[in-house]
Structure formats: structure tokens, C-alpha cells
Design a protein around this ligand. Structure first.
Ligand code: SAH
Length: 274
């Protein structure tokens, strides 16, 4: 207490002429979920309805954007794997510019912003710039896909660990991954952004000890119209995905849990896709 009093005594008051520092507007980083608008959190849906300015990514579905208020401004900042409409640096600069000009904004990302969504980089930049922000989580694509196609990501008989990995390197090309750790038994591996590198990923897992007949699935457009799930093994999936022309967005799920898919998909009461 004494210390606090001393500090207050010796801290000179600001000169009367100094205007208060303008406070930047709030940035809300929102995860839009895997696509089906009913899989938005209530908090995300409320924030979206209230927002007057939304910066959104390629993976945000039109059905989610349809929840925005009429007259609200939307800015597409893109982000397809090989066709980034705006660089990450430019997106961050834009966010800072709006916030500093006093314009609250909602930054909308597919899935969860903190899971392969670069939400971490944006939050870092906001924190460093002293811009206030809040984060609303979203259901990640892995959760939407798993529920819809009938693959429990963990299961006491099959998988005690669950790993999310990226199939896409920082500068494009292959990612630097610890393949030995990814090839462990009794583990489910989910690979995001893994369509282009699927054949090499499967080969590496086999080279690091996973049996070639390990069940594997690829889920395209999970929770969106046209959702597809193809199942096979580490040996057969790459050719199957190529023959069926699977395109992003798609998730690769590898592990014994995939063997439950035929039973669970058949048994679950399916609702028609939105
Ligand atoms: N932040 C997102 C992931 C962004 S990375 C999340 O938490 O889900 C982009 C990758 O996510 C895509 O390449 C794809 O692998 C996956 N993805 C996103 N939405 C998807 C969907 N509806 N169906 C299948 N995969 C999806």
C-alpha cells in the first residue's frame, strides 16, 4: 500500500492540455464453424447479427454470411490455399486501420480461428498494437466432419490421442512434420489442407511404421451441400481421392476410428444437407 501511495505521489499528472489517447475500436475474432450455419455458436451468431463491418475469409459459407444485418459492410479478404487474395500482412494492416479509425469490426474465419486459421497471428498483431479484441471460438472442420460422416475422433478401443496436423507448408509445398510422432498407433490423425500432399503424407506414414492397411478417410465439404466421405486405407486412399477428384476444402482422417464409419454412418439418422 505504501509503495502504491509513493508511486502516486511521484507520478506527475498529465499536463492539462494533453487530449486523452483515442481508444481503438473492438475487434471480434469469430470462428464461423465448418459451414452449416446451424453449427455456429449462439455467441458467434449474435455477434454476426450485431456487426456493422465484417472481414471474412474464403471458407466462410454464404449461408453464414446471410445472418449479417442488412446494410452491414462486408469485406472479402480471401485465403484459398494457393490464391491468397490479400496477404496476411495486408489483412492485419486493414484490421488495424479500421480499429484505429474507431470502426468496430468482426473478423470471420472458417472453423475455429485458432486452429490453422492464423487467428493467432492476428491476435498477436492486435495485442502488440494495443487494439482491444475478443475471441469467439468456432467448431473446427474436424468436429463437423467427424459428427456428420460417423467417425468418432477418439474411442477407448481405437484411439487415445488425437492430432491435428497441416498438410501444407508455410511457403506452400510439404510441411515439416514429425512423421514418427504422427505414425504412432492408437492415435487419430487429422490432416487439414492435405489434398495436394495426400499421396506423400500416406507414404511417409507407412515409411514411419503405420501399417499400409490403416483405415483412412477423406471428407470433402463437410457439413456443406455436396458433402462427400470416401474411405479406404493408407495404401488406397490417395488413388481413390484422385479418381474421385476430391477438391479442397477436405480433411483427411487416419486411424482405426475410421473403421467405425460404415456402421455409424448407416445407423445415424441423417438430416438432408442444408
Ligand atoms: N480454421 C479452420 C481450418 C482452416 S485451414 C478450422 O478450424 O476448421 C483450411 C482447411 O480446413 C481446409 O483446407 C480443409 O482441410 C479444412 N476445412 C475447412 N472447412 C472444411 C469443410 N467444410 N470440410 C472439409 N474440410 C474443411
Amino acid at each position: 500500500m505504501q509503495l502504491l501511495d509513493d508511486l502516486m505521489l511521484f507520478t506527475p499528472p498529465p499536463p492539462a492540455s494533453t487530449p486523452p489517447a483515442p481508444r481503438a475500436a473492438l475487434v471480434t475474432l469469430v470462428g464461423a464453424g465448418p459451414g452449416d450455419p446451424e453449427l455456429l455458436t449462439v455467441k458467434a451468431a449474435n455477434a454476426l447479427r450485431r456487426a456493422s463491418l465484417v472481414l471474412y475469409d474464403h471458407l466462410v459459407s454464404p449461408a453464414v454470411l446471410a445472418l449479417m444485418a442488412e446494410g452491414a459492410d462486408r469485406v472479402y479478404v480471401g485465403k484459398e490455399s494457393s490464391n491468397h487474395s490479400l496477404s496476411q500482412k495486408t489483412i492485419i494492416e486493414l484490421m488495424l486501420r479500421y480499429a484505429r479509425a474507431g470502426r468496430p469490426l468482426l473478423r470471420l474465419k472458417g472453423g475455429d480461428g485458432y486452429i490453422f486459421g492464423r487467428g493467432g497471428e492476428e491476435a498477436e498483431a492486435l495485442a502488440e498494437a494495443g487494439v482491444p479484441f475478443e475471441v469467439i471460438p468456432g467448431l473446427s472442420a474436424a468436429q463437423g466432419a467427424a459428427a456428420n460422416v460417423g467417425i468418432p475422433l477418439t474411442h477407448r478401443d481405437h484411439a487415445a490421442t488425437l492430432v491435428f496436423a497441416t498438410g501444407h507448408g508455410r511457403e506452400g509445398g510439404d510441411p515439416e512434420l514429425d512423421w514418427a510422432a504422427l505414425a504412432r498407433p492408437r492415435q487419430t490423425l487429422v490432416i487439414y489442407m492435405g489434398v495436394g500432399t495426400l499421396a506423400r503424407s500416406c507414404a511417409r506414414l507407412v515409411a514411419h511404421g503405420l501399417p499400409a492397411d490403416t483405415p483412412a478417410a477423406i471428407v470433402e465439404r463437410a457439413t456443406l451441400p455436396g458433402e462427400r466421405c470416401l474411405t479406404g486405407t493408407l495404401a488406397s486412399l490417395p488413388e481413390l481421392a484422385r479418381a474421385e477428384q476430391v477438391k479442397p476444402p477436405a480433411l483427411v482422417i487416419i486411424g482405426q476410428v475410421v473403421s467405425l464409419q460404415p456402421l455409424l454412418a448407416r445407423a445415424s439418422a441423417r438430416h438432408p444437407a442444408p
